[in-house]
Design a protein around this ligand. Structure first.
Ligand code: FE2
Length: 387
């Protein structure tokens, strides 16, 4: 487990040459310009990892809802899953070219390959869901899930923007977004098996002794189950806005970068609130906010600048457009979080653990693509296997 070795080099106005000079001054081995969907945030540098001290007491970091960066923990599995990832890349490229997921899977032999375990039962796309691409339903070969509750894989875009080709495949069961997904472990397990069959590179997480051991130690879970699986293909200009992944009955999320690189800000909700309140308290905050908000909104924000509980509740409202801008668009806030040690760079083979115990004790995170091609990453929820 590694501490953040990321440093802030400069704001969005800094040029590449100046960033390279700053990087050298800070003894960085790489530097990255961080932007997403037209929002430019600034330059990150990464210090040589060999200089750092490993983190002690991973359990208490997990309990405090802070992230754990496990550098290169799945690296030795990457060669074995490379053919699976090549197949996946062909599927993703087809979808990016406008092919339907169903026809691509058919053409690439997916349905034949998994037919001993699962049978394709139909696909549809919901016109009213602007981010949805296609949802494919499956049945087990024995038909043991003929209870009217389907298991499915859904392909979605990560944003509404035309110039962000990031997409994901998500596996779940029943009605989408239903409240108590952990209540039916049998179904969760079937969807996990379906995900494993379609994307065998999942074994980089699920059959990884080192990661399994670390997870048991950190979380205290005796027999880890990997459920609610999402396969991410973050494309240039793309990534995820700040969010949490709290789901009742799940302990947290394990995210593994298999191909490409991503930049992250990840911190406990409590640390995020601390930084946010301190940010609202900075000297020229009014000027900073005036680039983003009307004056009535600025006075509304500043009137509540010390109200921790008020902001805690607003953070949890996923529809709050003001919070979305405050957390995701402002270079000065980004600079602050990086300077406080909350930024991480994930290269292929790296894992980040994101504890998600409750709305209050959870790890918030935001992701940026660092490449000029779509990467691949696995994001699985972790829970104990019921006796
Ligand atoms: Fe997430």
């Amino acid at each position: 487990v590694n501490k953040s070795t990321t440093v802030f080099l400069g704001g969005p106005d800094m040029g590449a040459d100046a960033a390279a000079v700053e990087a050298q001054k800070n003894r960085c081995s790489e530097q990255h310009f961080i932007y997403r969907r037209g929002v430019e945030l600034g330059w990150l540098g990464v210090r040589d990892a060999s200089a750092e001290k490993p983190v002690q007491d991973m359990e208490s970091i997990w309990r405090s809802a802070r992230p754990l960066h496990l550098r290169a923990i799945v690296s030795d599995r990457l060669a074995a899953v490379e053919p699976d990832m090549e197949q996946t890349y062909a599927l993703v490229e087809g979808v990016l070219d406008g092919e339907s997921v169903m026809s691509m899977m058919n053409e690439l032999g997916y349905f034949d390959r998994i037919e001993n375990e699962f049978q394709f039962a139909g696909g549809f796309s919901d016109e009213s869901d602007r981010q949805g691409i296609e949802q494919l339903e499956f049945e087990t070969a024995e038909g043991e899930d003929q209870d009217g509750v389907s298991i499915w894989m859904k392909a979605s875009w990560l944003s509404f923007e035309d110039d962000d080709a990031s997409l994901r495949f998500r596996f779940s069961y029943g009605r989408e977004g239903h409240e108590d997904v952990a209540s039916n472990f049998h179904k969760e397990q079937l969807t996990a098996m379906l995900a494993e069959a379609i994307f065998p590179e999942s074994s980089a997480i699920t059959s990884n002794a080192a990661l399994g051991q670390t997870l048991r130690q950190v979380t205290g879970i005796k027999k880890t189950a990997f459920v609610e699986r999402i396969y991410y293909f973050n494309a240039p200009n793309g990534g995820a806005l700040f969010h949490h992944d709290v789901e009742r009955g799940h302990d947290g999320v394990v995210y593994a970068q298999l191909f490409g690189s991503t930049a992250w800000l990840a911190l406990s909700k409590s640390d995020l609130l601390d930084n946010f309140l301190a940010f609202l308290d900075t000297e020229n905050i009014e000027t900073t906010l005036s680039s983003y908000f009307e004056s009535s909104e600025i006075s509304d924000i500043l009137q509540n600048r010390g109200e921790r509980q008020y902001w805690s509740e607003r953070f949890d409202d996923r529809e709050d457009g003001t919070v979305e801008i405050l957390l995701n668009h402002i270079p000065a806030f980004f600079a602050r979080l990086v300077a406080q040690g909350h930024a991480y760079i994930l290269h292929a083979g790296d894992v980040i653990l994101l504890p998600q115990a409750s709305l209050e004790a959870c790890c918030w995170h935001t992701v940026f693509c660092l490449d000029d091609f779509p990467g691949e990453a696995l994001s699985f929820a972790v829970r104990d296997t019921p006796a």
